[in-house]
Design a binder for this molecule. Sequence first.
Ligand SMILES: [Zn+2]
Length: 325
Amino acid sequence: MCGVYLVNPKHQLPDRLYHTTEEMFTVIECRGCGLMRLDPRPKDADMPKYYPDRYWAYGATRHGPAGFYRRFVLRDHARFVKKALKSVDAPSVAILDVGCGAGDLLASLRKQGHSAIGMDVSHSALRSAKELDVPGVHGSYRQAPFQDQIFDVVMMFHVLEHIPDPDAAIAGARKLLKPNGRLLIQVPNADCMQYTILGRKWMGLDVPRHLYDYRRQDIENLLARNGFAIVRRKYFSWRDNAPCLATSVAPWLDPMSRRVRQPNRNKLLRLIGDSMYFGLTMACWPFALFESMLRRGATLMVDAEKLPQEAVAKWTGGGMPPLGQ
Ligand SMILES: [Zn+2]
């Protein structure tokens, strides 16, 4: 990211959450800028085996109390998006959600009359989105099947930490955005207090699925060198922060992890597990709020405006150009 190719090994970690493999993975830290990342990175072809089939299958949790909880905590993302929509001077805003998953957020935006579309690499995620009448296209940040400059807002919630070339993703979003369009990003925040205290046990590291562990300055550098100016930052997320702490403390109790590891568990045991996890999450709330107030929350949301080309400074960093060039 900064052009320095000296690194310190930082953590040796297994897949603590889904147990997809017995392999150990190494997280390293750049001696130039401090960015942490997975190294060596698994080959692209090997990546799918670390994503359990059920990873994307959210559809089943749309009903009952789990569904109510999911809709409730998603309001926070919706509010963040709505503030960005206000900057667009049109009754209907064109929105693209890169890595849309099951499309719940898009569904709520479409209800408000916006033309929102999703893109995902997973067919099962897109099927799940279709159940909510959310249109989705199969594609990735490397080849987005859209014309240039047609979207007012591009969203990437929990995408950048999963992909090998974040510069390409942000440059791609820039191409798709209209002048002064908004790019909304959310990533786990490696500068959070949860990481300071828990270290390798912090679930935001989530190896081998997370390839980079960004801090605020890392995201800001990425955005600045790709022609964006940051308008807003948010360190708290109803959906993500307290559950991140709960799962860090007790990964075996994480609802998705239990469903992946024990798909045929009887309903009563599952309910007991879910209730315990819910209680633990509630207990994590005060801390999650506290660290966010100090701007060290477990996730970081950023709203960035596309700058005109002439305002984009040429890369003036160290000896090497940015990734992807
Ligand atoms: Zn660096």
